[in-house]
Structure formats: structure tokens, C-alpha cells
Design a binder for this molecule. Structure first.
Ligand code: C2E
Ligand code: MG
Ligand code: MG
Ligand code: MG
Length: 290
């Protein structure tokens, strides 16, 4: 405890802070061994083309289930994993698992477009191309069925490096998208400079559509810009019919959000895909990883 709050002393600790930092410490230690203890699981959420009623992509979202901490949100543990230097291993596990699951759906004849995986900025600037090649090789997944979701944070520091990396990814035949578009602080000029296939409008913009006129104008502008640059556009966090009406009126037809489905484990997602694609004939095989 800091001495009597006197001059030149700092009140570094309060009892509340101690509890918070203790919890953090415990969580950090659990996170370090989570991969080894097999505590991660992937959930999957579809991207649906509203016009054709087809699933055109699936995003893999990591879940951490700890026996005592319970389910920890990725928004909480991903930044922690980045600080602790664990993120490359976790993202690599996600990449491999997602590719294997996509391969299973492919073998079963389930149509669902590419599987997309979120890539942390640290991984992006590390050995991304190698991890991607390995995951494709191990799963024998055709490259066009894999997509990487990258945020603006990945290229904010090093534009040259980022554009080279994206060109390498494209050369492999792998798709790429900008995630959470509009929430970063990078300039718009990168949009035309970088080799992206898809732009994902962040759910924070979609949330207030169509109630908030300013947000509506922003979303309209983003859609128009994507069209002008010949980049496909996906709206994230679509929940309501009013949002669907607004977006389709502006020419954006691919939606990811609770309106169509919530993220679910491989089995739940398989059920959704089979339900959505009733007409197709599927082979009678195991549809999820053991
Ligand atoms: P994200 O990539 O933007 O993923 C979309 C988030 O929106 C997911 O949150 C999803 O569950 C949520 N969502 C989907 N539909 C709706 C909706 O209709 N309404 C609302 N309110 N939310 C919706 P989640 O799964 O908690 O993931 C949060 C973030 O954590 C992700 O944002 C992504 O940035 C990060 N993340 C998740 N998995 C991974 C991973 O494997 N690696 C890395 N590096 N980051 C990951
Ligand atoms: Mg994402
Ligand atoms: Mg997003
Ligand atoms: Mg997000």
C-alpha cells in the first residue's frame, strides 16, 4: 500500500484493483494452457444471399469454454492472447479446424461458400502465408473455399507489407475480406490499393439502421463505394426485417446476423445448412469433426 498518500508516493493499489488484477492473472494462466487442454471450440455463422436464398459463406468464431471461468467472450480473451503472444497459435488452431470442417461439408455435398477465419494483426504480420498453406495442405481444401477476415489494424502501420501479404494470399487462390469496416482509422485510399474481395460493414453501423438518418447515409455511402470499386459487400449484425428492407433497397444483399441465424457449433450449423438447402441431395456421412 502506498504510504499515507504523502508527497512523492503513488497510490498504486486499491483492494478493488487487486481483485481485478488477480482475476486477470488467473485468466491469463488459464489461457496459456487452454489450447493444450482442448478448451477451444468453433462456432459457425452463415452469410446468406437474401436474393437467391443461398448460404454464400460461413464465418468461424472461436469459443473458449473453461471449467471454472465458464464461457469467456473472444472480445475479452483475444486481446489477452495477443498480449501474451498466444494469438498465432490460437489463430492457427482455428484455421486448421475451420478448414477441416469445411472439407467435411465439401465431401458431404453441402453448399455453403468459403469458410472464413478471423486473422489477428499480429498473425497477419507474422507467418500468415505459411500457416494458410499448411492448413490447406492438411485438410486438402481447395483454396477458393477459404477466406481470411482482416481488420484495418493489420495494415495501419505497414501498408507496403500488407499489400504484399494480400497479394500473396490472392496468388494462393484464397479469398480475403476487410472485417469491421469503418471502425478503424485508416485512410480510404487503401481500399483501392489492396487486393480485397469483400468488405464487411461493421454491425455498429447496421444497428441504428433505419432509425438513425446519419447512420443510414453512412451505410448507403459505403455500399455505393464498394460497388464503384467492384468489391462485394456483406452487412454484419443484421437482425431485423427493417434492416433487410433498407439494405436490399441500397443494393446490399448478403447478410450475416441473427436475422438468419446465430452462431452455433458444427452440428447446429450443419442442421441449419441442411434445413436451408432442402432441395440438395447429401451423402450420408459424418458431418462434423469427431
Ligand atoms: P467479428 O469477426 O466482427 O464477428 C462478428 C461478431 O458479431 C461475432 O461476435 C458474432 O457472434 C456477432 N454477431 C453476429 N450476428 C450478430 C447480430 O445479429 N447481432 C449482434 N449484436 N451480434 C452479432 P463474437 O463471436 O463474440 O466475436 C467477437 C470478435 O472476436 C469477432 O468479431 C472477431 O473480431 C473476434 N474473433 C472471433 N473469433 C476469432 C478468432 O478465431 N481469431 C481472432 N483473431 N479473432 C476472433
Ligand atoms: Mg469476422
Ligand atoms: Mg466484424
Ligand atoms: Mg467485430
Amino acid at each position: 500500500k502506498a504510504k499515507d498518500n504523502g508527497r512523492n508516493s503513488f497510490q498504486l493499489y486499491s483492494p478493488e484493483m487487486n481483485i481485478v488484477s488477480m482475476e486477470r492473472l488467473i485468466m491469463q494462466n488459464c489461457l496459456r494452457i487452454a489450447l493444450k487442454k482442448n478448451e477451444f471450440e468453433l462456432h459457425y455463422q452463415s452469410k446468406v444471399d437474401h436474393q437467391t436464398q443461398e448460404v454464400v459463406g460461413i464465418e468461424a468464431l472461436v469459443r473458449w469454454n473453461h471449467s471454472e471461468l465458464g464461457r469467456v467472450s473472444p472480445a475479452q480473451f483475444i486481446p489477452m492472447a495477443e498480449e501474451l503472444g498466444l494469438i498465432v497459435d490460437i489463430d492457427t488452431w482455428v484455421l486448421n479446424t475451420a478448414c477441416q470442417q469445411r472439407r467435411i461439408w465439401l465431401d458431404a455435398g453441402v453448399e455453403c461458400g468459403p469458410i472464413s477465419v478471423n486473422i489477428s494483426a499480429l498473425h497477419f504480420n507474422h507467418d500468415l502465408v505459411y500457416s494458410v498453406q499448411q492448413a490447406l495442405e492438411h485438410s486438402s481444401l481447395p483454396p477458393h473455399l477459404l477466406e481470411l477476415e482482416i481488420t484495418e489494424g493489420c495494415f495501419i502501420q505497414n501498408m507496403k507489407n500488407a499489400s504484399g501479404m494480400l497479394a500473396e494470399i490472392r496468388a494462393l487462390g484464397v479469398k480475403s475480406s476487410i472485417d469491421d469496416f469503418g471502425t478503424g482509422y485508416s485512410s480510404l485510399s487503401y481500399l483501392s490499393q489492396l487486393a480485397f474481395d469483400t468488405l464487411k460493414i461493421d454491425c455498429s453501423f447496421i444497428k441504428q439502421v433505419p432509425k438513425n438518418a446519419q447512420q443510414c447515409q453512412l451505410v448507403t455511402t459505403i455500399i455505393a463505394m464498394a460497388k464503384a470499386l467492384d468489391i462485394s459487400v456483406v452487412a454484419e449484425g443484421v437482425e431485423t426485417h427493417a434492416q433487410v428492407e433498407f439494405l436490399s433497397d441500397k443494393g446490399c444483399f448478403v447478410y450475416q446476423g441473427y436475422y438468419y441465424n446465430r452462431p452455433g457449433n458444427a452440428m447446429q450449423c450443419t442442421d441449419f445448412l441442411l434445413e436451408f438447402d432442402k432441395s440438395a441431395e447429401h451423402k450420408d456421412v459424418e458431418l462434423t469433426l469427431a
